[in-house]
Design a protein around this ligand. Structure first.
Ligand code: OSB
Ligand code: MG
Length: 376
């Protein structure tokens, strides 16, 4: 495949709902859609970035810069690509900037699948025809509001309810959910690094509520204290922010820092590395699930394809489009095919088309890079 052209489109989408985490309020979605063109085929991906560097160090602005200055020129300087796995190697000399790498690599994966005439799921080796999905509920002003959302999403059949927690908004929320919805509700909590080992009494209190897991309770760059904590908890710890590579995952597993890993394509630098982490976890009997970054439809489609791999054995955060969007940028809109389930598309590539009218409505600017231009 020779890449003729890369386009970067910056979009800004209003969220339908208020979404707050322990690191703050996410006021809107600001992201890049990268499209790569080869002959008459186009591959798409969207950046996982948030408007501010509060989940990790990247923002849509840094991603745009790294793509333009380094990654797109690198791509154009390589002769021809036979497989997207080569992209991960190509980008390796550039340290970190995983979300920037992931968006360009993801578009090339989509292009590759279309070129092969298969779905992205199939190109990745995914076998599932449908996936079970859950929903992530943000921090609300009152416990009653959390309860109301838990009720709404369980009614829609979501297979896992995740609630965001932070100090002062933790035990009382989990206790109230258990009291209202009983011991069998598949429930977990995500702290986004809001605690330290000094808070161990709170985390031990949470241990009695039979949570499926506690996600990233301690620092975003820690695996040592998480290992200490895991020894004192029955509830499995799941790592999100701390895992950027398969090597990070290997070390965390070896140390006993977690029993479950949340894989986000953007955080780990692309689908090739995501698959590598999936395979490593599988051989170590560590279940994985696909996390989310409030994706619009293109990112959601990538998550669905990845979740079709068989060690994604816990429902992920990839909900239907209507969880966050009044109108999504893909068509058909992503909807639950059955309660709590999404179908894995079988058509070529990501399996969804761009809804141009919606896309253009949210488009802020667009830049085009052609291969010839860079080589001159
Ligand atoms: O619905 C989703 O996309 C997941 C929402 C979510 O939990 C989240 C959203 C933004 C940043 C971090 C996280 C997280 O998983 O920690
Ligand atoms: Mg998380």
């Amino acid at each position: 495949m020779k890449i003729d052209k890369v386009e970067l489109s910056r979009l800004r989408m209003p969220l339908k709902i208020r979404f707050e985490t322990s690191f703050g309020l996410i006021p809107f979605k600001d992201f890049l859609v990268v499209s790569v063109h080869s002959g008459n085929l186009t591959g798409y991906a969207e950046s996982a970035s948030l408007p501010y560097p509060v989940y990790n160090e990247e923002t849509t602005g840094t991603i745009s810069y790294i793509l333009k200055e380094f990654l797109i020129p690198k791509l154009f300087s390589s002769e021809s690509i036979t497989h997207p796995n080569e992209i991960h190697e190509l980008f390796k000399p550039i340290r970190r900037h995983n979300m920037a790498k992931a968006v360009l690599e993801g578009a090339i994966w989509d292009l590759y699948a279309r070129h092969q005439g298969v779905s992205l799921a199939r190109a990745l080796g995914g076998e599932k025809r449908e996936i079970e999905v859950g929903v992530s509920i943000g921090i609300e002003d009152t416990v009653e509001e959390v309860l109301e959302k838990v009720g709404k999403f369980t009614d829609e059949g979501y297979k896992k309810i995740k609630v965001k927690i932070k100090p002062g908004h933790d035990v009382k929320v989990i206790r109230a959910i258990r009291e209202e919805y009983g011991p069998d509700l598949p429930l977990m909590a995500d702290a986004n690094s809001a605690y330290t080992l000094n808070d161990i009494h709170i985390l031990k209190e949470l241990d009695q509520y039979n949570l499926i897991m506690i996600e990233q309770p301690l620092a975003h760059d820690d695996i040592i204290d998480h290992a200490k904590l895991q020894k004192q908890l029955v509830t499995p710890i799941c790592l999100d922010e701390s895992i950027h590579t398969a090597e990070d995952a290997r070390k965390a597993i070896e140390l006993g820092s977690c029993k479950i890993i949340n894989i986000k394509v953007g955080r780990v630098g692309g689908l090739t590395e995501a698959k590598k982490i999936h395979d490593l976890c599988k051989s170590n009997h560590i279940p994985v699930w696909c996390g989310g970054m409030l994706e619009a439809g293109i990112g959601r489609a990538h998550n669905i394809a990845l979740s079709s791999l068989n060690n994604f054995s816990i429902p992920g955060d990839t909900s239907a489009s209507d969880r966050y969007w009044a109108y999504d940028i893909v068509q058909p809109e992503i909807i639950l095919s059955k309660p709590g389930k999404l179908e894995v598309p079988t058509s070529h590539g990501i399996g969804y088309e761009i809804n141009k009218a919606v896309f253009d409505q949210y488009l802020i600017n667009k830049e085009t890079f052609t291969n010839e231009l860079i080589l001159q």
